[in-house]
Design a protein around this ligand. Sequence first.
Ligand code: GLC
Ligand code: CA
Length: 576
Amino acid sequence: MWWKESIIYQIYPRSFKDSNGDGIGDLAGIISKLDYLESLGIDTVWLNPIFGSPNDDNGYDISNYYDIMTEYGTMKEFDMLLQGLHQRNIKLLLDLVVNHTSDEHPWFQGARQSRENPYYNYYHWWPAEKGKPPFRYSHFDPSGQAWTYNKATDSYYLHYFSAKMPDLNWENPQVRKEVYDIMRFWINKGVDGFRLDAICYISKDTSWPEIETHDWGAYYAHGPHLHDYLQEMNREVLENTNITTLAEAAGITINEALHFVEENRKELHMLYHFEGMHLGYLKDAYKRPDPKGIDLVELKRLYTSWDKIYETGGWGTIYLTNHDQPRMVSRWGSDIETYREVSAKMLITFLLTMRATPIFYNGDEIGMTNIRFESIDDYKDIDTINMYKYLQSKGEDTARFLLDQQMAARDNSRTPFQWDTSTNAGFTEGKPWIKVNENYTLINEAAQEKDDRSILQFFKQVVLLRKHQPVLVYGRYQLYDAAHPQVYTYTRTLNGTMFLIVLNFSKETVVYKLPFLVDADIEPLVNNMLTFELEGGNLNLAPYQALIFGPLPPVMPTAAAAEEKAEVLPLEEETI
Ligand code: GLC
Ligand code: CA
């Protein structure tokens, strides 16, 4: 199964490369960077939505599933892009957004005209004669309400996201058939799979019970027919193909994950969970960073648990950012210049050595950072803008919100890719649709191509290592020193070969005692620093130092270490 061995690279087309000077990235821009993609060693690209869209939410509001967004180019260019990727042995995942459409989609344009319109039942409606609709939370609506009144039909339509993104009615078999037709259309064009946007929200309890809780997670992702629909999708479209699916699994807990990806259930192939994304944020405010930072012990516990559930079936993914999150290095490492390079490399090492398909977001490979906008006027993202309006209407502290957004806003990761030191970082010759991060003269791809010790070269080195070492893909994962507050240590073991990975997740120098004896002369295979100090079983780890040792023969933990750390299990061999 090719997708288990893949390294996914996510491209945000709007911000990757502009070919015609209108300030918006496009397909021709991506085509001009195909050799770059190949040079990275990645083998799968996930493109954020490229379909017809009025761009209320940068393409996540689709008005035509069968065509390319005008700003992005033409179907001919899409075909060229796909061909160019395949020539380089890179597969393509499209972003399928079928929980909702744009309100400008012809289906909704019809639906909103009258209750008799054939498309009316493509969406969810609450007739006004029944009184006020039951509360449902909207992610992006400045009112916080997911029902919006439509005069012509004298009814309210449901939109979990903005009012310009009405939710499709999956109870209607005709809607499901339309979705499968869309999938088949793109599969026939040759795409290799789909990232399924907000897919866990597709089924709604259409008895529309009153819901007391404001915890949207409790009802969004737990519709009564969700798994029936996914099984139907599998039967109708996916079965007996080589197509893969990657579900965005917001609201799904660890105990439910296997229901989506366990092979015998015949639903989907992979999902990405959100549990990791909540780390380091306070629980009682909207995306407010915890001043205490990220608790590494909790992080290790979480990723170890997620590894464990896939021991018996299914397959995991791992990521630290995407287009909905701030920049990886700013959030999980440090973007202060002293630590930026070293911590970016440490995080790359982590993603590439876990037992899960890694997903990188464009710009991670050169250590791009948060832009930290100061004014609401700089933001383009509906999420930030509408939340700001919502807080403003409630008389809440918007200055505080803006400060939090400097860390957490989605626009942090949506600024243009930094190619070189020319104007606008080489992204566009026109005016970029969103500001370019001023640090592009320091952080850019061209400079890192020339520097053997750059983040980019390091990324390529570790990508290559994972590609050549099945143990890093399939090997059993074993955590050590679960309670260590600064260091994340694990081994990967397969068929008599072991790799040991030691990651200092902190800004401090740490004297770290290895959990088992290693050869006194051992040298790391990968090191994100120039220095390496090992004395009497103690590693002197520099801030954010990352080390990979291997291939080594599997070792048993020493008796003393095993006793001291009761949670350490003896190593077992595992075969693919
Ligand atoms: C997903 C996308 C996000 C989008 C939302 C609505 O969460 O990743 O960018 O805003 O769905 O489609
Ligand atoms: Ca353009």
